[in-house]
Write a protein that binds this ligand. Structure first.
Ligand code: FES
Length: 156
């Protein structure tokens, strides 16, 4: 892993490479994601300064596209499938329960850095609907009342 100084140097290179291009914010944000894993505020500022644009433009692009994350990913990444098969079997209720338990919205990370919560497309396990994944682990045929006990395994 490169240290922070190196990461910022890589970011400066990416900015220099794309400076002057139309729509340069997008590829530079992509490179920032590769370098840092997320796009913190100081990185957004650097990109805005470097490309001669405003912070609000950089922020706008980074919040519009779900591939950009403004926070570091949690230790455990939860994906709840909102694909059709899971949706009709009530996956929205699973997602709602997770939001309630973790006290975050989808797309966010808990303050302690333990969990990130995402809504996803079909995970390819429709036979087990409704499905969620925590890391590489698949949980199927879920009901909302199973959610707290599953989370407890990861909280320990
Ligand atoms: S729709 Fe959820 S796994 Fe396919």
């Amino acid at each position: 892993m490169p240290d922070n100084k190196e990461k910022y140097a890589q970011l400066q290179e990416a900015i220099a490479k794309h400076k002057g291009e139309r729509g340069a914010v997008m590829p530079v944000l992509q490179e920032a994601m590769n370098i840092f894993g997320y796009v913190p505020q100081d990185v957004q500022e650097m990109i805005a300064d470097g490309l001669g644009t405003t912070l609000s433009e950089v922020y706008g692009v980074s919040t519009f596209y779900s591939q950009f994350s403004l926070e570091p990913k949690g230790e455990h990444v939860i994906g709840v499938c909102l694909g059709t098969a899971c949706y009709v079997k009530g996956s929205q209720k699973i997602l709602d329960k997770l939001c309630e338990e973790l006290k975050i919205e989808p797309g966010r990370t808990t303050a302690d850095g333990k969990f990130s919560l995402n809504a996803t497309r079909c995970l390819g396990a429709c036979g087990l609907a409704p499905v969620m994944m925590i890391g590489e682990e698949v949980y199927g045929r879920l009901t909302p009342d199973q959610v707290p006990a599953i989370l407890d395994k990861y909280r320990a």
